[in-house]
Design a binder for this molecule. Sequence first.
Ligand code: AMP
Length: 397
Amino acid sequence: MNVFVVNCGSSSIKYQLFDMSNQSVLAKGVMERVGSENASLAHTIDGTKHIRHIKAPNHTEGMAVILKTLVDPEIGVLKSISEIHGVGHRVVHGGEQLTKSSRIDQNLLAIIRQNSQLAPLHNPPNLMGIEAAMTAMPDVPHVAVFDTAFLSTLPPRAFRYAVPEDWYSLQHVRRYGFHGTSHKYVTLKTAEILNKPVDKLNVITAHLGNGCSMTAVQGGRAIDHSMGMTPLEGLVMGTRCGDIDPAVLIYMMKQGASLEEIDNTLNKKSGLLGVSTSSNDMRDLLASADKGDPKAALAVEMFVYRVVKYVGSYFTVLPSVDALVLTGGIGENSLPVRHRICLGLERLGAKIDPARNESLPSGTPGPITTDDSALPVWVVPTNEELMIARDTIAELA
Ligand code: AMP
């Protein structure tokens, strides 16, 4: 069974082709600047990247180029597109109706379209990708895998905001959560690693990348989560502020800031970038902080502090915690940040093992705390594409 996984942004198409008989990646790639005359395709097979400059005036033509590349005599991996047995699509927002991965039909497309108002930057390009792939592969089953689905088990006390009821019932204002596919993958992987049935597993999963989120998982199900109605809430992120007093927005508007300015500032100019004034990239900030840049140092300190504070709060709502699981670009790679998170959690029983933290090979799961640590902290690399491929297969069975 070959499954093609598609993740469409407004000007990009990311893809991976899996052979699900052994869950290996046959090919993967990213097309950038879709919608322009000078798009590029980086197509990787056997670890070798092939760059092509192409024309992709829209997603449909971009998708056609990708499919042609998959059967290219030189850099292709298939004889024919008919060797693709299913297509899994990443869709950001499933809203309240779409709480699990689902086979795509006209009815499902209509609901995804409706949910576009909740995710105006993401669902419309996701839909463009679905339509492009369905046009190119009309006879293959297509499955939508929602970023929100794993978080759909949050109880009302965790997903409701304390605002008038009709904001929820009429305007759908509530916490939905995001990065669900990543949180689900690392939850299942951790159950496997710890050799525990997933329905007995209690963990806190922290996806720390450019976007950051944390989930409290009880018995394998999400019971609380840091992102909110949008991906702006919660942890300090690369360019997003995370938690903030909503009155700050009102105050800034009274000072003359426009709605668009505030939207742009909180999403694109805040977080690590906003505080440091120099970069949204953790590597840069750690290097600058080492050289004595106080703003970079404060940005890193705030990042770690917010993570530690959230872990503390999730400790209070879970009956027990089998492990804190770190993933995402920072969680998987940033040794100093991992170290500092563990130090911040000493009172909750985390005992860092510096040698383990430093010697854990990139891309490999492993503990970074000592064997007698009351709170084990694990690094578990995420794999959202594989999770989408697995969900796709499950839907087709
Ligand atoms: P992601 O969005 O998951 O790709 O994560 C991006 C974040 O991961 C950025 O802040 C990067 O600085 C950080 N990151 C990626 N690789 C490393 C690394 N080797 N060391 C430290 N941070 C890293």
